[in-house]
Design a protein around this ligand. Sequence first.
Ligand code: DAH
Length: 344
Amino acid sequence: MENKINQIRTEAIEKIEKTTNLKELEEVKNQYLSRNSEFNNLKKSMKDLTPEQKPVIGALINKVSNELNTLVAQKNDLFYKKELNEKLLKEKIDITMDGDYIPLGHVHPLTRTVNEIVEIFNHLGFSLINPEFSPEVELEKFNFDLLNVPKEHPARDVQDTFYCANLPNVVLRSQTSNAQARQMINSNPPIKIISPGRVYRNESVSARKNNLFHQIEGLYVDKDVTMAQLKGVLNEFIRLYFGSSRPTRYRSSFFPFTEPSVEIDVECIMCKGKGCSVCSGSGWLEILGAGMVDPNVLKGVNIDPETYSGFAFGMGVERLAMLKYAIDDIRLFFNDDEKFLKQF
Ligand code: DAH
């Protein structure tokens, strides 16, 4: 029995020495040290030994078992470290390597302009309209009738306004002023809203005109609203949007839904007032229309003009963006030219 144990020992040591990785070591360990290995079976046959032999053989088995386990543990440690090192080396990340370029999107210059203007008016106490009151497909009633635009007014002509072929009285709105009418008919003063959105006009497309563009409408109705307040609000808007240094002028004008009406010009950004092709030689560029809400409009939406008054204004978003960023062609906003859009 002693010989057998020594023979197994020699064999096992030799095989352990020969292993080159964890997997091989595991196999050798199974073969010599597992429960049903030959070596383990020797322990079971100890019961057949004489009482004198038992302690001798027992001690030998223990010694060999400890020796083999220690060898396996040492090798195991060695291989583990070696394999870990190899793995670390293989999976090493070169942090000096260039990363992949992930292009970031840009906020469209029109969205950016709308956001900026809405933020300014929020700051001046105007809330964003409920979009339900500002639809793009609209009844003539809200786009024209309730805004005091007479039936025979040229703006209603099919040349300017897109009518829906099979729906009588339905148009693509030609102005965001439709939102005024809907807001007033659906709520009571005080009303202080701002309404940005798309509008449509049957124009021939050029550097200055597109048949889809954006406007922002504002409306303030309350007791004792005055023209002085209109000027205060719009001057502050111009100051915040363009910066304080931009000269501004008010010109009297006409809109069917306001009385009196004004148009506001700012000094031409291109020529600084000297006169150039952009401002047709005048030195000024119109940026918005405004006025005191016509009493007829208030009556039409069941607001008593004896108790309430208001002011309204409307501005073109493309025009305001073109002036601020010195863009000379409105079509640039609509043709998805990356070189243009990336600048914003
Ligand atoms: N709706 C007008 C347009 O499209 C702009 C405008 C002018 C709106 C005066 C108003 C206003 O609210 O009071 O030309």
